[in-house]
Design a protein around this ligand. Structure first.
Ligand code: GAP
Length: 448
């Protein structure tokens, strides 16, 4: 069982090990904004890459897209975000803190118990102006979802990709929401990254595809190591559906603050294409040449957050164990997500060991994200690597100088095998692909 971890431990580990820092920290920080450090940037990139691989590269019915954050203001009128992308806001008449009316229990202010104002609808889009002369500049919005960039390019993609429906268009990128309440570390922030797929299907097949994508997306988290018992599905009630959605299922994760949304998979019907056709005057439909029919596709949308996924992966991987009477904090991250794949650790900074250790590092680093560390005791260096989830540590000792063999230590089992330096790349590659880590490594059994 995982250690029941509280958020403070995750926040502290992230700071200590260069995963995530408070934004603008030397100025006192900026509420709900976070910066990804040297380890965090690798982890986040691995999450994005895992999503892109499974959604785009491993399929022939999805293509990618990268659209601009700032879009024509007409997009947000058509999409309904100007009118409907709102949350009910209440303000405390005593302490003036603002709250989301639907997220608080009881009548009074959660902070001081003071009387609250009547709720008013607050639009979550960030406004800015475009153009050098402010008075003449037009008001534009920072996108609150990447999806609209996909809908307005539907025709471009269909005519240039020469693909048939069902066809998905995927995008990863920043979104911005002026959330009334943020918090729980990177769970809810005002700037975050979306991973969104808009999967265009023939009307009538939409419910089947919705079921398909709910399962696909649930399985993705499990495949990347998230424990099944920490995940569950929840269908939205009619009263909580977004303005564009006919149906929606959330994948929820058991975060330290309780079950909360990790990803939503919605059936958006033809809402967006119809709206954009109406507002832009451009026909947005699909002609099925084989069937000789024309229709406006329905859209199934799995929409996930990169940052929220990072948080779930971190929490699920976190563990505190006792090894030989000592506490060990370890991230059991899936190998494909681990920021560093292999660490090269000479037993000490002895000048005799350094050349071989550097040679080993230089052999590994073109193939794997590799760290080199020769500071402090070997025990402390192992612990540092455990805390960032490095699956393999390679140790160079004095025997290595004689027999040109090095020790690989595996993070989870703590098992060790000895491997000739000439075979290291192959062995690490096989182990990263999931080959069992036992005392019969590839090189010893290969010729049998
Ligand atoms: N296009 C549909 C859409 O955006 P959503 O349920 O609002 O749907 C999808 O967002 C996912 O994006 C969420 O499940 C969550 O992972 C992430 N997300 C949404 N708002 C967020 C925020 N303020 N901070 C961090 N992640 C957020």
């Amino acid at each position: 069982m995982p250690a029941k971890v509280d958020m403070d431990k995750i926040v502290s580990l992230c700071k200590r090990r260069g995963l995530i820092f408070p934004s603008s920290e030397i100025y006192g920080g900026l509420a709900s904004c976070w910066d990804y450090g040297p380890m965090g940037v690798e982890l986040k990139r691995n999450v994005r890459d895992a999503w892109w691989k499974s959604i785009v590269h491993e399929r022939d019915d999805v293509v990618g897209l990268d659209t601009s954050i700032m879009m024509h203001p007409g997009v947000w009128a058509a999409s309904g975000h100007i009118d409907s992308f709102t949350d009910p806001l209440v303000e405390c008449k005593s302490c003036h803190l603002r709250w989301r009316a639907d997220a608080i229990e009881g009548q009074g202010c959660p902070k001081c118990g003071g009387e609250l104002t009547e709720p008013r609808m607050f639009n979550l889009m960030f406004k800015t102006s475009m153009g050098p002369v402010e008075e003449e500049a037009s008001t534009i919005y920072l996108r609150p979802e990447t999806a609209q960039g996909i809908f307005v390019n539907f025709d471009n993609v269909i005519t240039t990709s020469r693909k048939k429906l069902p066809l998905g268009i995927a995008q990863i990128g920043k979104s911005f929401r002026n959330e009334i309440t943020t918090g729980n570390f990177i769970f809810r922030t005002r700037e975050f990254e979306h991973m969104e797929l808009e999967y265009f299907v023939k009307p009538g097949t939409d419910e089947e595809w919705l079921d398909y994508w709910v399962k696909e997306r649930f399985d993705w988290y499990v495949k990347l190591g998230v424990r099944k018992e920490n995940l569950r599905l929840r269908q939205h009630g009619k009263d909580e559906l977004a303005h564009y959605a006919r149906d929606c299922h959330d994948i929820e994760y058991l975060f330290p603050m309780g079950w909360s949304e990790l990803e939503g998979i919605a059936n958006r019907g033809d809402f967006d294409l119809v709206q954009h056709a109406k507002h832009s005057g451009k026909e947005l439909g699909y002609y099925d040449a084989e069937a000789g029919e024309k229709y406006v596709p329905y859209v199934i949308e799995p929409s996930a957050g990169v940052d929220r996924s990072v948080l779930a992966f971190l929490i699920d991987a976190y563990d505190e164990e006792e090894v030989e009477g000592e506490k060990r904090t370890v991230l059991h991250l899936h190998r494909s997500l681990a920021p560093i794949k292999v660490a090269v650790l000479p037993l000490s900074r002895n000048e005799k060991l350094t050349p071989l250790a550097k040679e080993v590092f230089n052999k590994l680093c073109p193939n794997f994200v590799t760290d080199y560390d020769d500071s402090q005791s070997i025990g402390r260096r192992y612990r540092r690597q455990d805390e960032i989830g490095t699956p393999f540590c390679v140790t160079i000792d004095f025997e290595s100088l004689e027999d040109k063999q090095v020790t690989i230590r595996e993070r989870d089992s703590l098992a060790q095998i000895r491997v000739p330096t000439g075979e290291l790349n192959k062995v690490i590659e096989a182990k990263l692909k999931g080959e069992a880590f036992d005392v019969s490594p590839l090189w010893a059994t290969r010729d049998k």
